[in-house]
Design a protein around this ligand. Structure first.
Ligand SMILES: NC(=O)c1ccc[n+]([C@@H]2O[C@H](COP(=O)([O-])OP(=O)(O)OC[C@H]3O[C@@H](n4cnc5c(N)ncnc54)[C@H](OP(=O)(O)O)[C@@H]3O)[C@@H](O)[C@H]2O)c1
Length: 213
């Protein structure tokens, strides 16, 4: 059975998964890179950035679960690009010629465009569809494998609220952002639907998983 998974979704102590004021220069707004320093320090994160260093501890054990078993990703328009990317016919995402997805990747947007085939197995498809409809399309493309909901927080929240997500891996980062996009709004009592596990890492972040079978 194909599952729907969220991985490495980093969040501040006050519940923000991105900062305010996203732009071409600041993909995470005023949060800068503070939500993801833990991942850059892992072997998984280093490999994603073309480096050969990186730690092999608890953070890496969680981070590397991002790809195995995944056959498609769904992401939001604001993860794919800065405000206004829909007006730039040449915009192909932040990730250069070889994005780290390596599967069909469905970008939810109210202004869809033709698919873009990238190196390394990623093809960006653009969909204006409800979460349930988008998941059906992504499942078909995943051909029996799992579908990752890649974020950002708005799309993650919408899929969780619709009851479509089987596994959520959150990373609680000990910073207070004060403003940005919140994950939890409208998800009161979410923990009742999942088995919840928590692991604190020496780096200072806390991994929280919500799983259901
Ligand atoms: N903390 C993390 O681990 C993490 C992970 C991923 C991303 N991020 C960050 O999160 C930020 C983006 O998150 P976000 O919450 O602002 O936005 P988002 O979830 O990436 O995208 C939301 C946008 O997607 C489009 N959309 C959503 N649902 C749709 C639907 N059903 N049909 C059609 N279009 C739909 C809409 O854009 P339009 O109306 O403009 O088309 C909507 O405004 C970025 O800063 C990114 O870097 C953080």
């Amino acid at each position: 059975m194909s599952r729907t998974r969220i991985h490495n979704l980093a969040m501040s102590l006050d519940g923000f998964a991105t900062g305010e004021g996203q732009s071409l220069e600041t993909p995470f707004g005023h949060a800068g890179h503070r939500l993801h320093q833990w991942m850059f320090a892992t072997r998984f994160g280093a490999e994603m950035m073309g480096r050969t260093d990186g730690g092999d501890g608890v953070d890496n054990a969680f981070a590397q679960q991002f790809q195995p078993g995944i056959g498609a990703e769904i992401m939001g328009a604001n993860k794919f690009g800065p405000p206004g990317w829909q007006d730039d016919a040449d915009w192909k995402g932040w990730w250069g010629p070889t994005p780290p997805f390596h599967t069909p990747t469905f970008v939810l947007t109210h202004r869809p465009r033709s698919p873009i085939e990238m190196d390394g197995g990623t093809t960006f498809h653009f969909l204006d569809a409800s979460p349930a409809e988008a998941l059906d399309v992504a499942r078909e493309a995943a051909n029996g494998a799992d579908v990752r909901i890649g974020g950002g927080p708005t799309v993650a929240r919408d899929f969780i609220a619709a009851g479509l997500v089987d596994h959520i891996h959150l990373v609680l980062v000990p910073i207070v952002l004060g403003r940005g996009v919140r994950l939890w709004d409208g998800l009161e009592g979410l923990e009742a639907d999942y088995e919840v596990e928590v692991v604190s890492a020496p780096s200072g972040v806390t991994h929280v998983t919500f799983s259901r079978s």
